[in-house]
Each structure stands twice: as C-alpha cells, then as structure tokens.
Ligand binder design. Sequence first.
Ligand code: KG4
Ligand code: ZN
Length: 332
Amino acid sequence: IVPPLVLGIESSCDETAVALVAGDRTIIAQAIASQEAEHAPYGGVVPEIAARAHAERLAPMLEKVMAEAGMTLDDVDAIAATAGPGLIGGVMVGLVSAKALAMASGKPLLAVNHLEGHALSPRLADGGLAFPYLLLLVSGGHCQILAVEGVGRYRRLATTIDDALGEAFDKTAKLLGLGYPGGPAVERLALEGDARAVPLPRPLKGSAEPHFSFAGLKSAVLRAVESGAHAPADIAASFQQAAVECLTDRLDHALAAAGPFPALVVAGGVAANKTVRAALEALATKHAMRFVAPPLALCTDNAAMIAWAGIERLATEGPDFTGDPLDVAARP
Ligand code: KG4
Ligand code: ZN
C-alpha cells in the first residue's frame, strides 16, 4: 500500500458511503448504501429520513470496510469526511463520526467540501490529469463551470441562476411519473423518444453572461406534459436534448472567455448521462481538448472521492499539517 492511506466518509445527501483510498489511487475497500427505497415514496430526499438512515448505517459500514481491508485505524493516516454543503443532519452524522474516530485514534481530521470531492474525483480516476482543467460540475444541487487551477484553487466561471440540472432531470421525471431518482429514468425513457418532437426553450443560450438557467425549461416541460399532446418518451428526449445544448453553449462561452484549457472534465451525478457525455466529448474534440469523465460510480456521490480529496489536501499542505480543528463546523 502506497501512503497516505485515508478513510473517507460521505453522508451529505442520500448515499451513505465509506472508502479506504491509498496514495497511488487504489481504492482498498469501499461500501455504499443508497437510500433510494426510503425516499422513493416521497418523490425526493426527505432530510430527516436521510439523517436517521445515515446514523443507522454508518457505524456498521465503517466496521465492514475496515474488516474487508483487514486493517484498523492504526493503519490509517487520516480521516476525511464531507463537512458540507449538504443536508445538515446527514453532514453532521458523517462529520461527527469522523471527529470521533480522529479523536480516538489521534489521526488528523480532514473536513472536505463535497464539491471539492467532485471537482478532484477525475484525478482519482486518471493519474495523468494535470492542473489546470475546465470542469463542468453537474449534480442534483449544483451546476457550475470551474477553472480548477490546483488543490484548493477553484475559479468559478459560471453557475446556475435558478435550478441545478440534476434537479431539472428529477423534476422532469416526477412530471412524467417516472419516480425517484429521476436522472437515470429520464435517460432510459429518452432512448425511445424523438429529441426534436417537442419544442422546448434553451434558456440563456447565446447569452453574453456566463450563467446557466433551467427554471424556464422545467416550466416548459410542465406545460408540455399538461397539454397531453406529446408522448412521454418524446418529452424526455426533447428535454435531455435542450439541456445538453445549454451545457455545450455555456461551455463554449466559458472557453471563449477564459480558455484555452488542455482538458475538459465533467463530474457530478449528471455526468453519468451518456448523451451528456457524448456531447461534451464532441465539444472537447472541437476545441482540441482532452476529455476526461470519471467512471459512473465516481460521478455520483461516493466516499472514494472524499478520501481522495483528503489525499490531495495532505500532499498540498505538507508534512507539518496536523489536520483540521476537531471543532470544525458542519455546513448546510
Ligand atoms: O452528484 P450527485 O450524486 O448528488 C449531488 O447532487 O451532490 O447527483 C445526483 C443528481 C440527481 O439529480 C440525479 O437525477 C442526477 O444526478 N443523475 C442523472 C443521471 N444519474 C444521476 N441525471 C441525468 N442522467 C443520469 N444518468
Ligand atoms: Zn454530489
């Protein structure tokens, strides 16, 4: 095992996850428990249910991962946990557990920003990915374009002025009666539809400002559903197409304003979408950039990316770093 060995904990939304990652990018052991079944009846994540589920599952999962690796906390160099942003009850479960483990073992605590976990996850998957890179971070809570210049050095070039794209996927799924979680369900249904069948807006496409907007697209999907004039698969395909065109248009804008970059990187849950990936790959080719997309399991929420952000942090801070203070606050 190549040091440092970092234990990572993720609990900011509806996945409880634990992972042990080594300095050479090996995921030694990991466990992930989705709460899909608990939240499905409500059509979205219920914060209180999420917090309780994290609290029930985390300790047994920690034991399982350590047992699978055949290790104890003595073998671990640091303990990393998501400290926010996220649903505060869940974040507190993971962060407080990490603090307790750090205190009991005397190992450093690393309080990781969840978005930084997503932003650095492509470097866990691809050791050849150097700074800087242009990152599209598309998840259920965020839609941003970032210039990633180094560990802890992120320049935000664009963000959404209303909804995140994952949220728009989830809302579209709900309107189409596809249930939760919505993104994969919309993607599946879109395979059977015609992406040109339903006229939908591309908010802010061609705009001189850099940002994203998806609220108008969401409302247009609502009207299309209510009209009863379109097949659900056509609505799903047309929505996905409109969303993809918004992404590529805004990335074109960012590249014109802040480029060039050697690589285009995508991260966050929506990066699991194959149509999104194909469009980004084409855009990267057009701009002569490398395209890097982590494997699907590293795109959605996971603990390996949190452990990896901890490893990057240790390397950046140097040997005298003793970790974050044990009273670091969880952030909603
Ligand atoms: O990064 P993530 O797991 O959690 C955070 O929001 O931090 O992202 C979850 C989001 C959800 O909105 C989900 O619907 C979306 O990612 N998503 C997808 C796909 N898989 C997950 N959206 C479109 N297509 C997918 N295949
Ligand atoms: Zn996430």
